[in-house]
Design a protein around this ligand. Structure first.
Ligand code: PRP
Ligand code: ZN
Length: 299
């Protein structure tokens, strides 16, 4: 393998994951100068460059060593992992982080008027999909034999065209299925955007750059859910109030000037806070409650 001193990330050029992926990278402190063809973007703030490609190409780019990280749907990654395994190739890429955006599911759907009595309903049917390996894997686990019809796009119209009786496709809002009079009957795979990396650890300078980036991305993901909760509380009520937040370990308290029995408290809390909890805190004695989003965090 050639030594490189810059890290290369592959991400989807156009699609559902593109914007949130760019947002994650920018929050992790990466910014890029875009080339004229917008394929290769040079990293300005860090030795990290970005390659914008079709999502289906991302696992291959990692496998061949062209890219060191990829932001891609788990559906694409797992499909190609199974494809490689079926060809007897060794694993070349792996999921190292789930990124929490671009959630969708791979599901079997049938024409609305077709009854569903469990996976055996599919026996002997033709199922259209762009994910033949994931579907094949699931059918084998269910002990069902069906014909897989591989289509690279517009899977949802296959039943109407008489190409298949059922489909197996990605569902996010369910809008596409509804528009095509199809009914989702079983989920076979859960997907979201993930960070993919080679199975073999990076050896040269890239290893250090990668570590730094992962730490930052972890920080970004942590603060996305975090809230800074500030309030004042009578000394003897603090433990009761904090118990309502389930986060007592991270709390820091300090005395309020001139009010010996009152403390000012701040605590980081994971997940949104509902009104009910705030009202319960007030009832337990707290006042001046303030909930703020967290921008950056370095524990
Ligand atoms: C998927 C899928 C459906 C649509 C479902 O395609 O193939 O067409 O999204 O979403 P919905 O339930 O919100 O209607 P996508 O746009 O992700 O493109 P790709 O998988 O072909 O890259
Ligand atoms: Zn695609």
């Amino acid at each position: 393998m050639i030594n490189r001193d810059r890290l290369r990330i592959a991400a989807q050029k156009n699609g559902r994951l593109s914007d949130p992926a760019r947002d994650l990278m920018s929050r992790a402190g990466l910014s890029f100068r875009e080339s004229r063809d917008r394929l290769f973007c040079f990293g300005e703030t860090q030795p990290v460059d970005l390659l914008l490609v079709r999502d289906d190409d991302i696992p291959g780019l990692i496998a061949e060593g062209t890219c060191d990280l990829g932001i891609v749907g788990r559906n694409v990654l797992d499909e190609q992992r199974l494809e490689r395994a079926a060809k007897g190739l060794p694993p070349a890429f792996q999921e190292i982080r789930a990124l929490g955006f671009g959630r969708c599911r791979l599901s079997i759907a049938l024409p609305q008027d077709m009854p569903w009595e469990g996976p055996q309903t599919l026996a002997g049917l033709r199922i259209a999909t762009s994910y033949p390996a994931l579907l094949d894997d699931w059918l084998k686990q269910q002990g069902v034999r069906a014909d897989i019809v591989m289509l690279s796009g517009s899977v949802e119209i296959a039943p109407r065209l008489g190409k298949a009786e059922a489909i197996c496709d990605l569902v996010s809002t369910g809008g596409t299925l509804a528009a095509n009079q199809l009914r989702e009957v079983v989920v076979i795979h859960q997907s979201e955007a993930v960070l993919a990396a080679p199975v073999e650890a990076l050896q040269d300078e890239r290893a250090e750059i990668c570590d730094l980036l992962l730490r930052r991305m972890d920080g970004v993901m942590q603060v996305r859910e975090a809230r800074l909760v500030m309030f004042e509380s009578p000394r003897d009520a603090v433990s009761t109030v904090l118990a309502l937040l389930h986060e007592s370990e991270t709390a820091s308290c300090c005395a309020l000037d001139g009010q010996a029995d009152w403390l000012s408290v701040q605590v980081i809390r994971q997940g949104k806070l509902d009104w009910q909890t705030l009202e319960d805190m007030k009832r337990a004695g707290a006042r001046r409650l303030l909930v703020l989003p967290v921008e950056q965090m370095l524990p």
